[in-house]
Design a protein around this ligand. Structure first.
Ligand SMILES: [Zn+2]
Length: 404
């Protein structure tokens, strides 16, 4: 029998009440997780985190399994419901390195939970788990399954988390969608940029300045390459994404040159080595492969005959976009409107997102979380507890809309 609007409203109210009652437990789940220093790099204490999350999810009556397709990065999968298609709530339990040890001693001050990972995104892992638990307690019988996935290795776009799950075929391709509580400040990121970062090293031959003619200047070789890339950047930075992102200047496609520079030995020695980094961030409208090939071709073309150049790829990841007008976007948007009373805002994530691994499998995927990006990797990371609970309500209402 299809659920009536009234029964759905009753359900939503019961879920909200349950989450209010569970607030202290959400905070304690998140706090204990924050106290486990899962810094990445290098990727510490993954086993402890996974063991802890699995135990807490079992206590919340989810069916739990731990998978470890990479061999050294366990992911915890908790399921509520039987059969049908999956709706994923995904969170990463690794955090960027702390700026002080006190970041692993979580505290609640003035309504906010402070500590490394509070916003990005151990708070989110706890909130998502309790969103599922509130649905179960409220008597929701999903037409399908709600699946909570807790992964490592997100902060370095490493191979042990979502990538390993996707490669091992553990992510179900026919899933309804994926939501992740990245620190979006209550907005929805339905798209992310692609990234390719590399280090270019030009090799020369050293010689004392008095015998400069015996050397080959690596710095000059580097300038040839760098100048070609500056020309390319004139064209790249003129491109604007149509996705929402502020301020206007942030719409540009990005080619950052020289974030890291090194080379040479002394002012009176012909440098035998000069290197610089390139960080290319493509807009979702750009063809990632084409842009990567153009970059490599520009380096190749600018290299003078006989000059040795190495290109080391530091990271790469494709852009992704999920339409805001599909079932997931409509359900999430309506739930945000219900809970916050404001019109939802969809936009482009300024960095890369795990959603891309789901989008690559054809699964609609979006990020929406209560934390602030501005504090997320900083020394004073926190998340507002009321916003955290609000976000859990949004997730639960979205699940009701998609699984009723
Ligand atoms: Zn994150």
């Amino acid at each position: 029998m299809p659920a009536t609007r009234k029964s759905l409203n009753d359900l939503a109210r019961r879920v909200s009440r349950q989450l209010k009652r569970d607030t202290a437990d959400i905070v304690s789940f998140a706090s204990e997780l924050i106290a486990i220093p899962s810094e990445n790099p290098p990727g510490k204490t993954y086993d402890r985190c996974a063991t802890y999350i699995a135990r807490r999810l079992r206590e919340l009556d989810l069916r739990v399994r731990t998978v470890n397709p990479s061999g050294d990065g366990p992911s915890v999968i908790g399921t509520f419901g039987e059969g049908g298609r999956a709706l994923y709530f995904s969170g990463h339990y690794d955090v960027v390195p702390a700026q002080s040890e006190s970041q692993f001693e979580p505290v609640v001050r003035k309504g906010s939970l402070h500590g490394r990972g509070a916003a990005d995104m151990k708070g989110g892992i706890a909130a998502m788990a309790f969103a599922i638990r509130a649905l179960a307690t409220a008597g929701f019988e999903p037409a399908g399954r709600l699946v909570s996935v807790s992964v490592p290795d997100e902060e370095t776009s490493g191979p042990r988390g979502t990538v390993a799950l996707a490669t091992a075929g553990i992510i179900e391709r026919d899933a309804i969608g994926m939501l992740t509580m990245e620190p979006t400040g209550g907005e929805v990121w339905n798209a992310n940029r692609g990234v390719i970062s590399m280090r270019v090293t030009v090799h020369g031959r050293p010689a004392h300045v008095g015998l400069h003619f015996r050397g080959r200047n690596a710095f000059r070789g580097m300038l040839d390459v760098a100048n070609a890339l500056v020309m390319l950047d004139t064209e790249i930075s003129a491109r604007r994404t149509g996705f929402h992102i502020r301020p206007e200047a942030a719409r540009r496609s990005v080619l950052l040159l020289g974030g890291e520079l090194s080379g040479g030995h002394n002012f009176n020695v012909v440098p035998d080595r000069a290197s610089f980094t390139i960080d290319r961030r493509t807009n979702p409208e750009e063809d990632f492969d084409r842009e990567r090939d153009r970059l490599l071709a520009a380096i190749d073309l600018a290299t003078q005959p006989g000059v040795g150049v190495d290109v080391e790829i530091l990271q790469q990841g494709r852009s992704a976009a999920t339409t805001a007008r599909g079932a997931l976007g409509r359900a999430l948007g309506a739930s945000l409107r219900n809970v916050t009373g404001r019109a939802p805002r969809f936009g482009l994530c300024p960095g890369v997102l795990e959603t891309r691994h789901y989008a690559a499998l054809g699964i609609p995927a979006m990020a929406c979380g209560p934390g602030l990006l501005s504090v997320s990797h900083g020394p004073h990371e926190f998340v507002s507890v009321p916003r955290l609970v609000e976000c859990a309500r949004v997730y639960a209402l979205t699940a009701i809309r998609l699984l009723s």
